[in-house]
Design a protein around this ligand. Structure first.
Ligand code: XMP
Length: 315
C-alpha cells in the first residue's frame, strides 16, 4: 500500500520535470483521471488544463454529475461535446478490441486539437497498472486493450505523462481520499463507456437503451443497499447483448433484445466474484427494464460468472 503524502510529493516533482510548459489532462470523471488531474493542478496550476469529453457514450446524467463532482473536488476543467465524432468513429464496428482502438484514436485526435489550442504537446492521463498489464506487451498476453493504452496512433505528436502508472485501484482510492476527492468509493466506469456495454455495433439508439438499462440497475441496486438488503457491489451494471429473443407485449409477438445484469465484488479489478442479488431485486430490475424499454428489450438475464474465467465487462 502506498503512503499517499509521499506519493503526492514525488508525483508533483515528476510532473514538474515531465511538463516543461503547459499540458492538457484527460479527465473522464473517474477516480483515476480525477486524481491525475488534481495532481497536475497542484504541480502546474494554470499550466494544466483538464478536459472532460462528452463522448455520447456516458451514463444518464453523467455530464451534469461530473461537472458538480469536479466543482466539489476543486478541479478547473473544460467540457467538449464530441458525441457525433465518437459515433462516426464507431460506425459499423462490432469487435471489442476494434471499438477500443477507434475510441482511443478518437480521444487522441480530439486531444491533439485541444493540445494545439493550448500550445502544448503534453497529455496527462490517469492510466493505472491494470490498464497496461491487461493490454499486454512484452511477455504478457493481451486480455483487453484498454482504450487509453492501445489507441495512441503511432503518428501522434502527443507526449503521454502518466503519474499513476504504477498504482493499483485500491492504491488510487487511498490517494483520492488523501487528495480530498469526494465519494471516492463509488463504482468504476470504463473509459470506452457504454460502447463496451452494447455488444455488437454501437448506434445512438442502442446506446440509449443500454443507458436506460444501466440507470435502472444502478437505481434499484442503490435503493436495495440503502434498505440494507444487499452489500454494496463493487461494480453493477447492464449490458445489451447482440442476441434476439421472442417475447410478447399485449397480444403481439415481438422479436426483441436481451439485457444481462452483472454485479460483482472486487478490490483491484484483477479478480472479482459475483454478488448474489436476491430474486426479488432481480425481478424488479427485469420488470422495469422490460417495461421501460418495451418493445425493444424482451428478456433480462443475470450473469453468475466470477473473474476469472470471465472479465468484469462483457467486452
Ligand atoms: P475487466 O472487464 O477487464 O474490467 O475485468 C476491469 C475493470 O476495468 C474496467 N474496464 C475499463 N476501464 N478502459 C477503462 O478505463 C477500458 O477499456 C476498460 N475495460 C474495462 C471495468 O469496468 C472494470 O472496472
Amino acid at each position: 500500500m502506498i503512503d499517499p503524502a509521499a506519493f503526492t510529493r514525488d508525483a508533483i516533482e515528476r510532473l514538474r520535470r515531465d511538463v516543461p510548459t503547459t499540458a492538457i489532462v484527460a479527465a473522464s470523471g473517474g477516480i483515476d483521471s480525477t486524481a491525475a488531474a488534481l495532481l497536475a493542478q497542484r504541480a502546474l496550476g494554470d499550466r494544466a488544463r483538464a478536459i472532460f469529453v462528452d463522448t455520447g457514450l456516458l451514463r444518464a446524467g453523467e455530464v451534469e454529475r461530473t461537472r458538480a463532482y469536479f466543482a466539489r473536488a476543486g478541479l478547473a476543467h473544460r467540457v467538449v461535446d464530441a458525441a457525433p465524432r465518437f459515433f462516426a468513429a464507431l460506425a459499423g464496428v462490432a469487435d471489442p478490441e476494434e471499438k477500443r482502438r477507434r475510441i482511443g484514436e478518437a480521444f487522441i485526435r480530439l486531444f491533439e486539437d485541444e493540445a494545439a489550442a493550448f500550445q502544448t504537446d503534453r497529455l496527462i492521463q490517469g492510466t493505472i497498472a491494470p490498464d497496461w498489464i491487461e493490454s499486454g506487451g512484452g511477455s504478457r498476453d493481451t486480455i483487453k486493450t484498454h482504450h487509453n493504452v492501445g489507441g495512441v496512433p503511432a503518428d501522434s505528436r502527443l507526449v503521454l505523462v502518466e503519474p499513476l502508472r504504477d498504482l493499483y485501484k485500491d492504491e488510487v482510492r487511498t490517494l483520492a481520499r488523501y487528495l480530498g476527492i469526494p465519494d471516492s468509493d463509488r463504482q468504476p466506469f470504463p473509459g470506452p463507456g457504454l460502447a463496451v456495454r452494447v455488444q455488437g455495433p454501437v448506434t445512438p439508439e442502442r446506446v440509449a437503451w443500454a443507458r436506460e438499462a444501466n440507470a435502472i440497475v444502478e437505481a434499484e441496486v442503490e435503493a436495495a443497499v440503502a434498505r440494507g438488503e444487499v452489500e454494496r457491489p463493487w461494480q453493477y451494471f447492464a449490458v445489451l447483448l447482440p442476441v434476439r429473443a421472442v417475447g410478447v407485449t399485449g397480444d403481439n409477438r415481438v422479436y426483441g433484445d436481451v439485457v444481462v445484469v452483472r454485479a460483482v465484488r472486487s478490490t483491484d479489478a484483477m479478480t472479482a466474484s459475483v454478488v448474489p442479488l436476491s430474486f426479488d431485486l432481480l425481478g424488479r430490475i427485469a420488470q422495469r427494464i422490460t417495461r421501460q424499454l418495451s418493445p425493444h428489450v424482451v428478456r433480462v438475464l443475470y450473469d453468475v460468472t466470477d473473474k476469472p474465467p470471465a472479465t468484469i465487462e462483457w467486452e
